[in-house]
Design a protein around this ligand. Structure first.
Ligand SMILES: [Zn+2]
Length: 62
C-alpha cells in the first residue's frame, strides 16, 4: 500500500487539462484529496483509483 501524507507532492499518470501532472495531497483516507500544482484545482478521488494513477511520490511540501 502506498504511503502518503498530507502535503506530499505526487506525479500522476494522467495530465490535468492545464498541462500539469504534479499534485499535492490535501487529504488522506478512503478518499484522497488532491490539489493541482499547475492551476490549484482540487479534486477528491477514491484511494484505489489514486493508487492506479499515482506514478511517483516526489516529496513533501514544507
Ligand atoms: Zn491543473
Amino acid at each position: 500500500m502506498l504511503k502518503i501524507n498530507v502535503g506530499d507532492v505526487v506525479k500522476l499518470r494522467k495530465m490535468h487539462p492545464c498541462g500539469s501532472n504534479i499534485w499535492e495531497i490535501t487529504r488522506t483516507g478512503i478518499d484522497i484529496g488532491l490539489k493541482c500544482r499547475g492551476c490549484g484545482h482540487r479534486v477528491m478521488i477514491p484511494r484505489t483509483k489514486f493508487e492506479r494513477v499515482c506514478k511517483q511520490v516526489i516529496g513533501t511540501v514544507e
